[in-house]
Design a protein around this ligand. Structure first.
Ligand code: ZN
Length: 366
């Protein structure tokens, strides 16, 4: 691989505006680009690009997303830093996986790599869900591309439940409110009760990752300025650490069920993700960070949710999440990544893939 290629590839990805739902151009670009790099490529019904290189065991799955949040920032380089929409979340991670895999294949003919570039990670995870619904393949290891910083490795994401709560009442003239239920007041009461459990969770003496949280993210109610509201709908976004899914669901449902004429619909659910710190993949990755950079790798548990949650739940194989860039800059106007750290992350990925092969070889000899 030409030494300028990684930066060129990243700039090319950043030049294509690809907010969730509008990934066609970047998907076509990657289809051709990965083919040029020697991968067998295909595009599925929803626009995911699947690219395979090499064959045999182990089978390693790499996954990054092509979409970004809305708001184009034209890419530019200042000093040794690349700016642009997606520079952090997560086109530098995706490009690092692609370059890391290609460079690995230049030095090792063992093992098969499947690279999946998905759509809609920032939306509703349509890309990974479609892939999982069709996939009967078995993989041995998986690395997802999301910013962890070049010397960090993400091993946890909380789970998520998204609920729509609808409060109903009958319409009546607003000059006689004392005789009728008001759907907006009902919603207010529910919010007050939800905030009480949120406060209780906040007081749990643990890091953020190990506490549930909830947030009312949308609300809409009322019919007219002179009618007692008959309807109020709200969306509640609940984030849940591993081992608390059942408990949290029960607590929230108890509040909702206490109220008459209140209905709930689950809009989506993602399981929590937690990779054991003793997992061989975590061990090899940390060794790789140390070998390439001389630094101790740092394990990270994130409060959000990503595509790895659904994948790990279904596949039950070692999974980690890695990529250059400071995730605090994700979705901001200041997204940028250091070229040096980006290039270093590529070497770390390549070295990790090599270490997986060496580990598997040793295991098959024993
Ligand atoms: Zn992302």
């Amino acid at each position: 691989m030409d030494e300028n290629y990684p930066v060129e590839l990243l700039l090319n990805l950043l030049k294509i505006y690809s907010p969730s739902g509008k990934e066609k151009e970047i998907s076509n670009f990657l289809f051709l680009e990965l083919r040029k790099l020697g991968f067998n490529t295909e595009i599925d019904e929803v626009g995911n690009v699947k690219a395979v290189i090499g064959k045999g065991r182990p089978r390693i799955f790499l996954c990054g997303h092509m979409d970004t949040v809305k708001g184009m920032i034209n890419p530019y380089i200042r000093g040794k830093v690349i700016f642009g929409r997606g520079a952090v979340d997560a086109k530098s991670s995706l490009a690092a996986l692609i370059c890391g895999a290609k460079k690995f294949k230049e030095i090792c003919d063992k093992g098969e790599i499947t690279l999946l570039a998905v759509v809609d990670e920032e939306g509703y995870g349509k890309g990974i869900r479609h892939f999982l619904s069709k996939c009967n393949e078995k993989y041995d290891y998986a690395i997802f591309g999301e910013p962890s910083g070049t010397y960090g490795l993400t091993v946890g994401y909380r789970g998520r439940i998204l609920l729509k709560i609808s409060c109903k009442a009958s319409k009546a003239h607003s000059s006689i409110p004392q005789f009728f239920d008001n759907a907006i007041y009902k919603a207010k009461n529910i919010i007050d009760e939800l905030l009480k459990i949120e406060e209780k969770w906040e007081n749990i003496k643990e890091e953020f990752f190990w506490k549930p949280s909830l947030c009312v993210t949308k609300i809409k109610g009322g019919n007219s300025h002179n009618v007692i509201p008959s309807k109020c709908d709200m969306v509640v976004d609940i984030r849940i650490p591993p081992n608390m899914m059942k408990e949290v669901k029960k607590e929230v449902m108890k509040i909702i069920k206490k109220n008459e004429n209140v209905y709930v619909k689950k809009l989506s659910e993602n399981p929590p993700f937690l990779e054991s710190e003793n997992s061989i993949l975590v061990k090899l990755f940390l060794e790789s960070i140390k070998e390439i950079s001389g630094r101790e790798g740092r394990l990270i548990k994130k409060t959000g949710t990503s595509d790895v949650n659904d994948f790990a739940e279904k596949m039950k194989i070692p999974c980690v999440v890695y990529g250059p860039g400071n995730s605090k800059l994700s979705h901001t106007e200041k997204e940028n990544v250091s070229i040096i750290e980006y290039l270093e992350s590529i070497e770390i990925i390549k070295n990790t893939l090599k270490k997986i092969i060496d580990y598997e070889n040793k295991r098959s000899i024993q």
